[in-house]
Design a protein around this ligand. Sequence first.
Ligand code: NAP
Length: 346
Amino acid sequence: MSYLDPKTVNRQWILNRRPQGAVVRTDFDYVEGTVPSVADGDVLVRSLYFGYDASQRIWLTEDGGYMKPIMPGEPMRCMGIGQVVESRNPDYQPGDLVEGFMSWQDYAIVRADGPMPLRHLPKADFPLSWNLGVFGVGGLTAFFGVTDGLKVKEGDTVVVSAATGATGGLACQIARLLGAKKVIGIAGGADKCRWVVENVGCDACVDYKDPTWTAKIAELAPDGVDAYFDNVGGDMLDEMFLLMAPQGRILICGAMSQGYTGVKVQGPTNYMRICTHQLTVQGILLFFYAAKIPQAAQQIGQWVMEGKLRVTENRHAGFEKAPDLLPTMFTGKDPGKLVLHVADPA
Ligand SMILES: NC(=O)c1ccc[n+]([C@@H]2O[C@H](COP(=O)([O-])OP(=O)(O)OC[C@H]3O[C@@H](n4cnc5c(N)ncnc54)[C@H](OP(=O)(O)O)[C@@H]3O)[C@@H](O)[C@H]2O)c1
């Protein structure tokens, strides 16, 4: 059953055209629609929080990357937190708090199946929005990337790019928790580098806008880098091949430098280092870890409760801001997980 008034307005941000190059606010139109009706198996969810992920830009391309492309006329897809208002699926009841693929609208029919099924959120002492950050895509990818992808171990020298980001900031801290000897962050500008050292447990942070950044990493890691968590790709990844220790490991998590405007990206030219230094280069996509998410969330929760993982949110409020925030993912936003508060639970 639903508590909705049939005249309830459903605010939506609809894609009006495919972005050319960088995504801009005017790629979206504000419209007021109706609340969708619920068929067998459906779950109708009211949006509470929208999360921001760089991959949303890939979903806006004609190809869509690893997911179905968003079509002009459709509301913008995002990871979100919501509350079930009506359900014809026995696994979800009105009032349940859930996280999963949602969209920029007040009310949406949300798929309960798929590669990242709609997840029930447990009652917890931490803020609900953390389910998009430390317990969401960024935190979980950092966890699986550092523990399973890079297999960071005691004594390793680890480098993490985009270290102020939702994923990078947690990857730095998890590498430290696993006993890395040295953790070096990479970020853009002196203030951000200071933030990384003070907030995510890095021994040092190197400013990639400084033309001597590679020499600085070479100085900080005289025996080479054992594990590199790559969120940036492009020239940075190319240079990092030259800084790796023999038998080092590289995790390809993202390619922020490429803007995600298409499927073709700049590949590395120094890749023969994979051969000469017997490097391991591995990718990560959180979908492949879906079955292991509950276990990972438990470990992350324990670290958070013990004060071993510091959580940073870059939090905004107001449905009207949804399209303004997306471009900031690529233009040097403030540290932490970017989230938009849309409504409170009933
Ligand atoms: N494979 C997966 O399953 C998976 C899951 C989650 C995230 N990811 C990827 O992980 C990466 C980080 O995601 P996130 O959610 O942590 O994003 P985020 O919080 O927005 O952080 C991204 C950071 O990237 C940096 N950046 C942006 N453009 C850059 C450039 N041209 N060169 C160098 N750094 C740049 C910015 O830091 P500065 O201000 O320091 O420049 C920004 O803070 C993304 O590439 C994302 O696609 C992958």
